[in-house]
Design a protein around this ligand. Sequence first.
Ligand code: ADP
Length: 398
Amino acid sequence: MKLLVINAGSSSVKFQVFEMTNDLVLVSGLIEKIGEESSEIKFELHKAGENNSVRIAEPIKNHKEALQKVAEILLDKENQIIENKEEIKAVGHRVVHGGEKFKETVIINEEVKAMIKELSSLAPLHNPPNLQGIVVATEVFPEAKQVAVFDTAFHQTMPPKAYRYAIPNKLYEEYGIRAYGMHGTSHRFVANEAARFLDSNTLKLITIHLGNGCSMAAVKEGECIDTTMGLTPLAGLVMGTRGGDIDPGVLIHLGSKYNLSIAEIDKILNKESGLKGLTGLNDMRDVLELKEKGNIQATLALEVYTYRIKKYIGSYSAVLGGLDAIIFTAGVGENSPFIRDASCEGMEFLGIQIDNSKNNVRKKGVRIISKEESKVKVLVIPTNEELEIARQTFSIVK
Ligand code: ADP
């Protein structure tokens, strides 16, 4: 069965076609700068034994045109992906916020669309373009089942003691103010891969997703019981441009003493904090390079970044009541031995022992970087959110 996976952003559409059940990617691509003159279409064909990259500069007016372009690419005889649109049996959509309503993947109908729209207040930058992707995919692929895979769904198993904030009940009951968590599709994917790799379904895991956005999850027997992001993606770990946990009093202080507006505080917290705030640079590679040159600010930023991860490893070991494995994933987690080592350093008392001869080796795929005798296994597992969306979609339409 062939499935199309769509991740629609405000000015971009990412797409992949999978052949299930064998997880085969036939094509993956990205349409960027939709609505601008300089839009660009990039895609890669993954035919047996060869990878072909194609890049086309072409103005794409809107998401509908973008999806029509995707259909053209899939139907192009030379690309050998599909002969007619009906071969795409389902389209799996990434949807960022499913609130409390969506605890799992669902087939999209009018009611689901209305709920996604309603939940836009919780994810104003993400849910509207995700919904737009759904609407245009339905027009362009009318025969396919449309499926929504929510980033928040994996975290819906958290107990109230983990997701409730100690603020007036009314704010939860009337406005839905609670922790929802993000990156759920990635945490679910790597937790499942770890269970398969370690051949056990009863594991106590900590999954650490370190990309531009960063979050951790405590996962017990495949279910999330706590996570670091909250109502919004601002909570928890230090990220590229977001600082993570902060005393909320700081915001009141900035407003009352320095007259900063909500818009200014929003900009500081979302765009000017994290690695960027501490070093002026948001890309981890650049910050690591600065540290290598002896830069004091970069050294401090990396200390704050890894200290926060270490604190959550400690606290999640406590809430899990033990720990079998730690999993590092996403851009930083998959590629930086320094960050992995510094985040786990000094935790031998918990049974965590990294083997730096393994940690420093660059390798693709799932791998163990802890010592043979380490009670807690430390793993690097490349995340693959698109594949997880394809698997979820397949499991509901097959
Ligand atoms: P996104 O959250 O946008 O999907 P990624 O998972 O691709 O992002 O992660 C991006 C981050 O990964 C950037 O901060 C980048 O610097 C970092 N990164 C990529 N490669 C390396 C590397 N070799 N060493 C350290 N950090 C890296």
